[in-house]
Design a protein around this ligand. Structure first.
Ligand code: GLU
Length: 310
């Protein structure tokens, strides 16, 4: 029996220039897949048409190429793939797993990945039990979002880096949105459909998306797809305790490309991640060769000194 080839991916949302936290996730996803002689692909997650721009996507790709990381398959844009998400949604609906929801809250955030700091709320299931007559009244007022009905049972998985994870979606999340009222598909559905359809076998990303993995595993199961291996990464944090963000201008790729050579930046990221002991330049190939998940820091956050952020 031949082992299945590893396929990793980096799936950025092009809402601005990448910062250190993004390029760190990109690099770690790359070295993890390549260390196993695998493939690595780039997918542009531009479902949120208001925030994402083609010019940002071009910059993201240019920055990845500057680092030497190239997609092993044609780069896919989620904004081109509505028909594929539509088909997946129909599969869920055919199983009686979806319903229209007229509540406005949550709808706003659901096209993008719900990072921990976005403070998600558990949905009460209010619209699940509306009668047909009630639906008709509400329909006259506004279009519904679509939610998927979750099961009241625990979803367990073993994260490749942090080990056993467990969550009961009914208690900790509630029925969640797969399509927004404005017609945009939600991150949770699109990311699952794309990772599955693109043959992704491992997902490496920040641990702020750990909780989302349970929702995604549920969708993998309901859609009959194989679940990839998840590896979550410690987050890069500022000394004041916030997750590095696009507002930290001094960590954006424009700045980093001035401040570092590409080998300098690769070495710096591998040092921050704990893979090497000294902050010294590394080629991409060296980083791939020496990569070992065992050496990646396990703390939930890695603090970047204010000196570096200044
Ligand atoms: N596009 C998502 C984001 O920028 C990441 C999705 C993922 O890695 O699953 O947060």
């Amino acid at each position: 029996m031949t082992d299945m080839i590893t396929r990793g991916r980096f799936a950025p949302s092009p809402s601005g220039r990448m910062h250190l936290g993004n390029i760190y996730s990109a690099l770690l996803s790359y070295v993890s897949a390549k260390h196993k002689n695998g493939e690595w692909i780039i997918r542009i997650e531009d479902l949120d048409r208001q925030r994402c721009k083609r010019e940002y996507a071009d910059k993201v790709i240019d920055d990845l190429h500057w680092m030497g990381m190239r997609s092993d398959a044609e780069i896919v844009y989620q904004s081109d793939r509505d028909a594929i998400y539509e088909a997946a949604l129909s599969k869920l609906s055919d199983k009686g797993l979806t319903y229209g929801c007229y509540c406005r809250r949550a709808d706003i955030l659901s096209a993008r990945a719900p990072h921990e700091s976005d403070g998600r709320v558990v949905y009460s299931g209010r619209c699940r039990h509306l009668s047909d007559a009630e639906r008709l009244v509400m329909e006259a007022e506004r279009k519904p979002a679509t939610r998927v009905i979750v099961a009241d049972k625990t979803i367990d998985f073993t994260d490749g880096h942090y080990g056993h994870q467990s969550m009961n979606l009914a208690c900790d999340c509630g029925d969640f949105i797969v399509r927004r009222a404005d017609g945009n598909f939600a991150y949770q559905l699109a990311v699952v459909v794309d990772d599955a359809e693109q043959g992704v076998t491992e997902v490496v990303r920040g641990r702020d998306l750990m909780d989302s993995s349970h929702q995604q595993i549920y969708l993998y199961n309901m859609l009959g797809y194989d679940v990839p291996q998840f590896y979550h990464l410690p987050l890069l944090m500022s000394e004041t305790g916030h997750r590095l963000a696009k507002r930290d201008a001094c960590t954006d790729m424009g700045f980093l490309r001035e401040a570092y050579t590409k080998e300098g930046l690769i070495g710096h990221i591998m040092f921050l991640a704990g893979v090497i002991d000294r902050d010294e330049p590394l080629t991409l190939n060296e980083a791939v060769d020496m990569f070992d998940w065992e050496n990646v820091r396990k703390d939930s956050g890695i603090t970047i000194s204010s000196q570096e952020l200044a």
